[in-house]
Every structure is written in structure tokens, then in C-alpha cells.
Design a protein around this ligand. Structure first.
Ligand code: AMP
Ligand code: MN
Ligand code: MN
Ligand code: MN
Length: 273
């Protein structure tokens, strides 16, 4: 069974509609898929989960969270989409995202760019505005050559548009996920570029908060990284998850279903459902 439990539609910062995303996953041989948009479950409103499909859909979400001064991402898997807790969490994060978008726009406007909020909102279809939408707007007006440059110069870590303080903390996010019957999984642990000591500290805090799993596989990754993360996962007695973190076609390192299998030492998150 091929699982991909982390990907994005255009309800957050992906480019495919939820229906296109599911279609591509099927083409790529994925048998169980979780769409995990940033802080929203809107993708599921575009899908008919009662329809019989050649793929199993596990409802999911990727919440943005704060850990000290850092941003970390927590994936909620197998959540009940009609849960009041989940809806409250999504509403809180949505307000935070709107506020942050205004602040990012203010910063970019101070740098001399015009109408950045309206520009980003149009790219996000007036939905869930993220930094990638601002990045695309900066590309579209010719301020930078590509999205990567936009992050490097204006939106990435330590840059003016990197506004961090608004997301819910880890205990709050884990509570929303658990109250919705879901499993809380720390997303892409290697992306935070922490020392091993710091990463263990993050995992310990996550576990104290009730977190249950971690991504051992995130996209196409080196075998050494998989080994290292599998070791941590077993040591911390966490469930293991895997996902591509697909956002758009053409990124070979994050393609639907193009991920290696979980090491056998790991306890897969789906065996717990
Ligand atoms: P946000 O949720 O608005 O903070 O945006 C975070 C998203 O931006 C991540 O999920 C990635 O999809 C994207 N992202 C982060 N850093 C970069 C980067 N350096 N280049 C391109 N995309 C990035
Ligand atoms: Mn993203
Ligand atoms: Mn993420
Ligand atoms: Mn993601």
C-alpha cells in the first residue's frame, strides 16, 4: 500500500485544485492520500468523500505553530472534519493568517512595493494567504526573478516579511487535533535545521503536549536522513508518518507518491487507526 500523508491543494499554497490533486495522486499510484493544506480543511469541501474512488482519502491539515521564536508545522491526520474543536482551531489560525498578511503587506509596502495585499489575495483566490502568494506577486510585478529569490530577499527567515508571532502554540494545536479524533504528527523535522539536541528538545515538548507522531519521510530524501529520523522516532516511541509535501507539478523532490517506504523499525501511523 502506497501512502502519501502530506500534500497541498490550491486551497492553501498548492497549485492544483483538490480534484486535480486527487487525480494526480491516483496517476502516481498513491493508494492512501491525506491532503494537508496549511491551516485549512477547505479542500474537503470540494471533494465528495462518499463517492467511491480508487484511492482512500484520510482527512488532514497542516497547522502552523510557534515553538519559542521558531515556526514549526504540525500535521493532523485522520481528523473528523465536522469537529467543533477543529473548526475553532481553523478559525483562530485563519484570523492569525489574515492579520499576518496585513503585516507582511505593510512591510513590503514600506519597501516600496505597491498593493501587495490585494496582489497576494488575488493569487490566493482571496482565500488563505501565505508567503508563497506574496512571493508570486513579487515575481509577477518583476521585483524578483523567481519565488526562491522572493523568499531569499523578502519573505524568508530573518527578512522583513517573515512575521512569526501569531500562530497557536504546540499544546493548543495538539489539543485541536486530538479533540477532532486525529493524530498529531510533527511535520518535516529536518526542515527546522536544529541541532540534534534542540530537535530532541522539540520532540520532547511535542510529546509532553500529547503529540503522537513524526514524519520520518518528507519528500525525496537521503537514506542517511531517513535512518537518522527513524532512529529518533523509535527512541521517542513516536508513530511514523510519510508524505511528499507536494505543492505543484515539476518539483521532482516533492512529487506525489515519490517517497521511499518507512523503515521496518518504525510503527506506521496508519496502523494505529
Ligand atoms: P506560510 O504558511 O505563509 O508561512 O508559508 C510557508 C510556505 O512557504 C511553506 O509551506 C512552503 O510551501 C513555502 N516556502 C517556505 N520557504 C520557501 C522558500 N525558501 N522557497 C519557496 N517556498 C518556500
Ligand atoms: Mn506550503
Ligand atoms: Mn510545512
Ligand atoms: Mn506542507
Amino acid at each position: 500500500m502506497k501512502y502519501d500523508l502530506h500534500c497541498h491543494s490550491n486551497c492553501s499554497d498548492g497549485t492544483l485544485t483538490p480534484i486535480e490533486l486527487v487525480g494526480r495522486a491516483i496517476e502516481m499510484g498513491v493508494q492512501t492520500l491525506a491532503i494537508t493544506d496549511h491551516d485549512t480543511i477547505n479542500a474537503y469541501h470540494h471533494l465528495n468523500l462518499k463517492e467511491s474512488l480508487p484511492i482512500k482519502i484520510i482527512p488532514g491539515i497542516e497547522f502552523s505553530s510557534c515553538w519559542g521564536k521558531m515556526n514549526v508545522h504540525i500535521v493532523g491526520l485522520n481528523v473528523q472534519l465536522d469537529s467543533d474543536s477543529l473548526k475553532a482551531g481553523v478559525a483562530f489560525q485563519n484570523t492569525a493568517r489574515q492579520k499576518r498578511a496585513t503585516m507582511i503587506a505593510d512591510k513590503l509596502d514600506q519597501l516600496g512595493f505597491k498593493e501587495t495585499l490585494a496582489g497576494a489575495a488575488a493569487i490566493a483566490n482571496n482565500g488563505n494567504i501565505g508567503r508563497p502568494h506574496f512571493a508570486q506577486y513579487l515575481v509577477d510585478i518583476g521585483a524578483v526573478s523567481d519565488i526562491n529569490q522572493a523568499f531569499k530577499k523578502f519573505l524568508g527567515s530573518g527578512k522583513p516579511g517573515d512575521i512569526k508571532q501569531f500562530w497557536a502554540d504546540i499544546p493548543q494545536i495538539v489539543r485541536w487535533i486530538n479533540e477532532a479524533g486525529g493524530t498529531a504528527v510533527l511535520a518535516h523535522p529536518k526542515k527546522y535545521q536544529l541541532t540534534r539536541t534542540k530537535l530532541k528538545h522539540l520532540l520532547d515538548n511535542f510529546i509532553e503536549a500529547g503529540g503522537q507522531g513524526m514524519e520520518v519521510i518528507s519528500g525525496r530524501q537521503d537514506a542517511n536522513i531517513t535512518k537518522d529520523l527513524a532512529g529518533l522516532c523509535v527512541e521517542k516511541k513516536l508513530l511514523a508518518s510519510c508524505g511528499s509535501d507536494f505543492h505543484r507539478p515539476g518539483q521532482a523532490w516533492a512529487e506525489l507518491g515519490r517517497i521511499s517506504e518507512l523503515p521496518i523499525a518504525c510503527s506506521p501511523v496508519w496502523e494505529h487507526w
